[in-house]
Design a protein around this ligand. Structure first.
Ligand SMILES: C[S@@+](CC[C@H](N)C(=O)[O-])C[C@H]1O[C@@H](n2cnc3c(N)ncnc32)[C@H](O)[C@@H]1O
Length: 241
């Protein structure tokens, strides 16, 4: 399988907003927290921007936003939501060069994110099952962060099987299959209740990332240890001068 085809959200793009706006994430609350972290009107890049739901909140708060994502079907929706003034690039996070730096780079449930374990400790997770690709993506992303800039990762509960009722008479189910060594498959299943029609289906291969691997890679680039927001929604690494 080519790198471009791994973990694209192509077959669930159509149902993505129904799930996210149906309660999976709370973008307004997340944006309120981000506004306490990011300098006002800062120039921000989101990696794994998806359909642009987070960028829209930040745009409305006055930030200058740009997004990258490797799934064209997700970016098409982002373009509709954000308009042509916002730059969106279809590219893989492990290999991109936008030729400029940003005051902050955000990953909101995107290519990497923090997870809360049941015991109150946290770890890292992401869409790059191969550790070498994780390290490549970190090196690529940090090149785009301005001196003293911020790398901001959302934090969420660790993945588990669950079922959610969504608007429009749709039920969402996610199933997790442990593959060992921190790697797991996640199935996203959307079914119309009235006729049991399967509306969207996607299977992704995700992976937890060792804390020491992720944090050491950033510290090798001169970044601080992560600071967690008081509401536990985000972690922030600050770049060197
Ligand atoms: C859960 S979605 C998050 C979207 C958005 N940040 C949000 O908050 O709604 C994860 C996104 O990461 C993108 N993604 C996954 N792996 C990627 C990669 N290697 N390079 C670029 N984007 C990637 C997917 O295409 C998807 O749109």
């Amino acid at each position: 399988m080519s790198k471009e085809s791994i973990n694209q959200y192509d077959t669930m793009a159509e149902c993505y907003n129904l799930l996210m706006l149906g309660g999976y994430y709370d973008y307004q609350a997340q944006a309120q927290t981000l506004a306490t972290i990011l300098p006002p009107k800062a120039k921000i890049l989101e990696i794994g921007a998806g359909t642009g739901l987070m960028l829209k909140e930040l745009l409305d708060l006055g930030y200058q936003v740009t997004g990258i994502d490797h799934t064209q079907a997700m970016l098409d929706q982002a373009k509709n939501l954000l308009g042509s003034e916002v730059s969106l690039f279809q590219t893989d996070v492990t290999d991109f060069d936008l030729g400029q730096t940003y005051q902050a780079i955000i990953s909101n449930g995107g290519v990497w994110y923090g997870v809360w374990w049941e015991d109150g400790k946290f770890g890292y997770c992401g869409h790059l099952p191969d550790q070498a690709e994780v390290l490549k993506s970190i090196r690529c992303v940090v090149r785009h962060i301005a001196p003293k800039g911020q790398l901001v990762l959302s934090m969420q509960d660790a993945h588990c099987n669950k079922i959610m009722d969504l608007p429009q008479d749709v039920t969402y189910e996610q199933r997790i299959h442990d593959k060992g060594n921190g790697v797991f498959e996640k199935e996203y299943i959307f079914v119309r209740n009235s006729n049991h029609e399967r509306l969207c289906y996607q299977k992704l291969t995700l992976a937890y990332i060792d804390n020491s691997v992720f944090e050491s890679a950033l510290q090798a680039e001169g970044f601080t240890k992560p600071v967690i927001s008081p509401d536990k929604r985000y972690m922030v690494f600050t770049a060197p001068d």
